[in-house]
Design a protein around this ligand. Structure first.
Ligand SMILES: [Zn+2]
Length: 76
């Protein structure tokens, strides 16, 4: 029974070590190789902006929530 406990403990330690190692290498990769951000056009005013800063609604990108609402009310 004690051996079983040691085996479980070994795997838990191994799992923690692998997790720590993976998160460390993942952080290095993201800092050394910056992924180029995709630019999208606001469907309302046509302003270009990074995709992470735009709002996606029904397949269209908007630069801000106000333009999304304006476009929504115009569609009706
Ligand atoms: Zn806009």
């Amino acid at each position: 029974m004690r051996n079983l406990f040691l085996i479980v403990l070994f795997f838990v330690v191994l799992w923690i070590l692998r997790r720590a190692l993976r998160s460390r290498t993942g952080g290095q990769r993201s800092s050394t190789v910056p992924t180029p951000e995709m630019m999208v056009k606001c469907a309302y005013c046509g302003v270009n902006q990074p995709i992470s800063e735009s709002i996606l609604t029904q397949g269209r990108y908007y630069c801000c929530n106000a333009h999304r609402l304006e476009a929504d009310s115009r569609d009706d």
